[in-house]
Write a protein that binds this ligand. Structure first.
Ligand code: FES
Ligand SMILES: [Fe+2]
Length: 425
C-alpha cells in the first residue's frame, strides 16, 4: 500500500497538484519551470492568438520579425481581449482604443489621451523561446531559470516529429498514467509491442533520480523497460511502435494544463531514419493526417457515453494508443476523484510522483530551496530488446533534424480551439 497520509506536508493538501491557476500552490510551482505552450508552426509572423495556459488568459503573438511574445490576455484600459489587436513590428496595438504595447509589456502609446500615463501602465509579459518546433514560455515571477535543453533531440540525422494532442481531463491524470505500467497489458493489450502479461507490482521499481523518477519494469524473461520522468511534468521514454519503419519511438512529452479539466500533451518523437525509409515515413505520416477524419477525442466521448464500444472502432486506427488512453483517463472523470482510492504495489510510480510533488510544493510554499532537477548522464531510457542501442548512440549528426508536424488536421483543430480558450467563451 502506498500511503499518502505520512507524505502530505502542511500547506499542501492531498491533491494539491490538480489546480494550477496563478494563485494556487501547484500553479505557482509549475510556473517556476519553462513550459511548452504552443507549436511554432501554428504561430505565423504578424499574428496574435488568445491562449489559455494553466487557467490564465494570455495573448501570444509573433512579431513581424519572427520573435514570439507572450503577454497577459486583456488590455489594461477596458479589458478587451488583446488578441483582437494588430501586431506592429514587435508590438501589439489594442483593437478597442489603440493603446500600443511592446512585447515586454511596456505601454508605448495611448492615442486618445492628452495627459499620457503610459509609464504607469504595463502588461504582464513572459519570456519565450522557439525550441524543437515548440514555443516555450516562462510564466513565473522574476528571472527565469536556465532554459532546459535536450541536445540529442536537437542534432541527429532524421525526423523530429511533432505529435501533440489535447485531452479533456486534468493534466495530472496523464502524468500519473505515465508511471503506471500495469495499465499497458489491459489498455494497450492489442499492441504488438505491449507484452503478454501484466506489469506486476513486484517487478516495478520507481526511484527518485537527479531529474525526477527512474521507472523500471523487468519482465520475467529479464527484459527491461526504463522510463524517465522529469520534474515537474516532463517524460522521456520509448513509446510503443506505430510504424513499421520506426519501431519504438524515443519520445519527449510535456503535460501542460490548459485549465483544470483540459491539458495538452506536447509530444516530440526522435526518428533517426534516412534515405528511402525517411521518405516512406514522411509519406505515411502525411497521409494519415487527413485520413483520420474523426478525432480520437470525439470517438472517446461517444464510447464513454455508451453510443459506441471500443470493439466497434477500426483496430488499425493509427491513433489507437491515444484513444485507449483517452478512455482510461477521461473515464476517471475530468478531474479524478482521489478520495477513497485504493492504491496497491503496482501503483508505486504514482506514489513516488505524488510524494515528490508534495515535498517540492511544501518546500516552495515555505520558501525553502528546491531540488535543482537536472538530466544527468545516467538518465537513460530503454525498451524490450533495445537496451544500450538507443538511436543517439549511432547517430552522431551535427545538423538539426527536419522538424515534421505529423498531427492529424482534426487534432490540430481541436487543440487550437482548446489552447485558444474556446471553452471559456
Ligand atoms: S480597451 Fe484597449 S485601448 Fe481601450
Ligand atoms: Fe497508455
Amino acid at each position: 500500500m502506498v500511503g499518502l497520509a505520512r507524505t502530505a506536508h502542511a500547506g499542501a493538501s492531498a491533491d494539491v497538484y490538480v489546480q494550477t491557476n496563478r494563485g494556487t500552490p501547484a500553479g505557482r510551482y509549475l510556473r517556476q519551470f519553462w513550459q511548452p505552450v504552443y507549436h511554432s508552426a501554428d504561430l505565423v509572423a504578424g499574428a496574435a492568438v488568445p491562449l489559455t495556459i494553466m487557467d490564465e488568459e494570455l495573448v501570444l503573438f509573433r512579431g513581424d520579425g519572427g520573435r514570439p511574445f507572450l503577454v497577459e490576455g486583456r488590455c489594461p484600459h477596458r479589458k478587451t481581449q488583446l488578441s483582437n489587436g494588430w501586431v506592429q513590428g514587435d508590438t501589439i496595438r489594442c483593437f478597442y482604443h489603440g493603446w500600443r504595447f511592446s512585447g515586454d509589456g511596456r505601454c508605448l502609446e495611448q492615442p486618445a489621451e492628452d495627459s499620457r500615463f503610459c509609464d504607469k501602465v504595463a502588461l504582464r509579459a513572459y519570456p519565450t523561446r522557439d525550441y524543437l518546433g515548440l514555443v516555450f514560455a516562462f510564466l513565473g515571477e522574476g528571472a527565469p531559470p536556465e532554459f532546459p535543453v535536450y541536445p540529442e533531440f536537437e542534432r541527429f540525422a532524421g525526423l523530429l516529429e511533432i505529435d501533440s494532442y489535447a485531452r479533456d481531463c486534468n493534466y495530472f491524470q496523464n502524468l500519473e498514467n505515465a508511471l503506471d505500467m500495469s495499465h499497458v497489458g489491459f489498455v494497450h493489450g492489442d499492441n504488438s509491442a505491449a507484452f503478454d502479461g501484466i506489469g506486476r507490482g513486484r517487478d516495478l521499481r520507481a526511484e527518485e533520480s537527479d531529474w525526477g523518477v527512474t521507472y523500471v519494469f523487468t519482465r520475467s524473461d529479464g527484459e527491461r523497460r526504463v522510463q524517465q520522468f522529469g520534474m515537474p511534468n516532463v517524460f522521456h521514454m520509448m513509446a510503443l511502435p506505430n510504424d513499421e519503419d520506426i519501431g519504438w519511438q524515443e519520445s519527449l512529452f510535456w503535460w501542460v494544463p490548459i485549465d483544470d479539466e483540459t491539458h495538452m500533451q506536447f509530444s516530440l518523437h526522435r526518428v533517426p531514419v534516412a534515405g528511402d525509409a525517411a521518405q516512406r515515413v514522411r509519406e505515411r505520416r502525411q497521409k494519415r493526417r487527413s485520413e483520420i477524419d474523426l478525432a480520437h477525442q470525439d470517438v472517446c466521448d461517444r464510447i464513454l457515453g455508451g453510443e459506441l464500444a471500443l470493439r466497434d472502432v477500426d483496430p488499425k486506427r493509427v491513433d489507437m494508443v491515444r484513444l485507449q488512453d483517452d478512455l482510461a483517463q477521461i473515464g476517471q472523470g475530468r478531474i479524478a476523484d482521489r478520495d477513497g482510492e485504493r492504491l496497491g504495489t503496482a501503483d508505486v510510480g504514482i506514489g513516488v510522483i505524488r510524494r515528490l510533488w508534495h515535498r517540492e510544493i511544501a518546500a516552495f510554499l515555505e520558501n525553502e530551496a528546491l531540488k535543482p532537477w537536472r538530466r544527468s548522464a545516467g538518465i537513460r531510457v530503454a525498451a524490450w530488446g533495445i537496451e544500450g542501442t538507443l538511436p543517439r548512440d549511432v547517430a552522431e549528426a551535427t545538423t538539426p533534424p527536419e522538424v515534421v508536424d505529423v498531427r492529424p488536421y482534426v487534432e490540430i483543430d481541436i487543440q487550437l480551439k482548446a489552447l485558444r480558450g474556446a471553452r471559456r467563451r
